[in-house]
Design a protein around this ligand. Structure first.
Ligand SMILES: O=C(O)CCC(=O)C(=O)O
Length: 372
C-alpha cells in the first residue's frame, strides 16, 4: 500500500495523503491529485480518501471517475488524509490526536432515560460524540469511553443472562467448552467464562437497546453491520478468565475476523482486566509469536504488569484489529486475554467484524447467516 512520494507544483496548496496501513506519505496537488493517487497505488481499482476523523470523502476509480470531485477542492490545505484501497475494510489511522466520532442519535435522551451519556447538541437532535484514542500501535488498539449508555449496558446484560452457556474456545481446530475442559485445575483451563449469543429473533422481539448498542459499535468502527457476527455476551465469575488467544486463531471458521469491539457492560468487580502483552515488545523478539502455548507460557497466561492493560469501565469499548491493514495477514501482535476476576461478576460483550458478508442487507436486524 505504499508508493513513491509525488511532487506538487511549487507554491500550490497541498495536503498529505497517508496510506492507511502506514508507509510513505504523499504531498498531493489538488489540481492533479487523481493521477498522483493512482500512480501511488498502481494495482488498485478504487482508492478511498478519508479524513483523520474517519469521514469518507470520496472514492476514485482507475477509469477516472470519482464520487464527488468537488469534495477534494473543499479539503483545507495541509490537511492529513488517509487512503484505503479497493474493498479493504476501514482501519482507524494511528494518529496521536483523538478521533471525535459521531456514533449516532442519542435515542436514550429522546426516550428520557439516563442523561449521562456524553452527547452534544447538533441542530435539533442530540448526537453522541465520543473520543476514540489510539492506545497501542502494534497491535492496533483504540479505546473510547461512554459508547454505550448505562441502559444499553443493562439491556445487553439482561438479554444475555438467560442464554448463558459454557464459553467455547478453539485450540488446533478443535473446540473446547468451559467446565468440560482439561486440565482439571480451572486455573490452567484456557477459558472458564460463560457466553450467550444474541440472535436475530431475540433482538427483533426484545432488543431495542441491544440493537441501538450494535448500531453505535458499527458507527464507532466505521464498518457495516452486515459484516458483523451476532453479539456475544460474556459473564465471568470470580476466578474466571480467558488466557491469551487471537480472535481469529484456532479455527478456520473465525479466520475472517478483522476487528473486535469489546464492550464492558459493568465495572463493579475486582480484576478482570484485558491485557495485550505484545504492546511495546520489539518485533525482533525471540518469542515464537505463532504458537499459543509459547505465548501463554512466556506471559504467564494473563498478567497485568506488562504490555497494555485495560481496566473495564461500563460503556467503554476497546477496538482492536486481528488482521493487518492489507486485510490478508494475521496480526501476531494481537494476542490478548481477560485476566482472573477476583471479586464480583464481570460482564462484557464481543462484536466481531469479518471481511465478508455475515448478514443480509434487507433489514439490519435480520440476517441469513447466523453464527450458531
Ligand atoms: O474479557 C476480556 O477482557 C477479553 C475477552 C476476549 O478476549 C474474548 O472474549 O475474546
Amino acid at each position: 500500500m505504499t508508493g513513491p512520494p509525488s511532487c506538487a507544483s511549487p507554491g500550490a496548496p497541498t495536503f498529505s495523503l497517508e496510506p492507511n496501513g502506514g508507509g510513505v506519505a504523499l504531498q498531493l496537488d489538488p489540481s492533479k491529485w487523481r493521477e498522483q493517487v493512482h500512480q501511488a497505488y498502481p494495482s488498485a481499482l478504487r482508492v478511498g480518501l478519508f479524513d483523520i476523523f474517519g469521514n469518507e470523502l470520496l472514492w476514485s476509480s482507475t477509469n477516472g471517475s470519482s464520487s464527488t470531485d468537488a469534495t477534494i477542492h473543499s479539503v483545507p490545505a495541509s490537511s492529513r488524509l488517509f487512503a484505503i484501497v479497493d474493498d479493504f475494510p476501514f482501519f482507524w489511522p494511528l494518529t496521536p490526536s483523538v478521533h471525535k466520532v459521531d456514533i449516532g442519535l442519542d435515542d436514550d435522551d429522546a426516550n428520557g432515560s439516563d442523561g449521562n451519556a456524553p452527547s452534544v447538541a447538533s441542530g435539533h437532535s442530540h448526537r453522541r460524540i465520543v473520543e476514540l484514542q489510539v492506545v497501542s500501535h502494534s497491535p492496533r488498539v483504540l479505546i473510547a469511553d461512554g459508547v454505550l449508555s448505562p441502559d444499553e449496558c443493562e439491556a445487553t446484560k439482561a438479554a444475555g443472562a438467560p442464554l448463558l452457556e459454557g464459553s467455547v474456545t478453539f485450540v488446533g481446530g478443535k473446540s473446547t467448552v468451559a467446565g468440560a475442559a482439561s486440565p482439571a485445575d480451572p486455573r490452567e483451563q484456557p477459558r472458564t467464562s460463560s457466553t450467550a449469543w444474541l440472535n436475530s429473533t431475540w433482538i427483533e422481539g426484545n432488543g431495542r437497546h441491544a440493537l441501538s448498542a450494535q448500531r453505535r459499535l458499527a458507527a464507532l468502527s466505521r464498518l457495516p453491520l452486515t459484516h458483523a457476527e451476532n453479539m456475544q455476551v460474556l459473564r465471568y465469575l470470580p476466578g474466571d478468565h480467558y488466557h491469551y488467544h487471537l480472535d481469529n486463531g484456532g479455527s478456520r471458521k473465525i479466520h475472517g475476523r478483522v476487528l473486535t469491539a469489546l464492550v464492558y457492560l459493568n465495572e463493579d468487580f475486582d480484576g478482570g482486566e484485558t491485557n495485550f502483552p505484545m504492546t511495546g515488545i520489539p518485533s525482533d523478539s525471540e518469542l515464537n509469536v505463532r504458537n499459543v502455548y509459547h505465548v501463554r507460557e512466556h506471559f504467564a497466561n494473563c498478567q497485568v504488569e506488562r504490555g497494555l492493560t485495560v481496566r473495564p469501565r461500563r460503556g467503554s469499548v476497546v477496538l482492536f484489529y486481528s488482521l493487518q491493514p492489507n486485510a490478508a495477514d494475521k496480526d501476531w501482535m494481537a494476542w490478548h486475554g481477560g485476566c482472573d476476576v477476583r471479586l464480583g461478576e464481570k460482564w462484557a460483550a464481543n462484536f466481531w467484524w469479518h471481511l465478508g458478508l455475515m448478514r443480509t442487507h434487507s433489514r439490519q436486524a435480520t440476517w441469513s447467516r447466523t453464527w450458531r
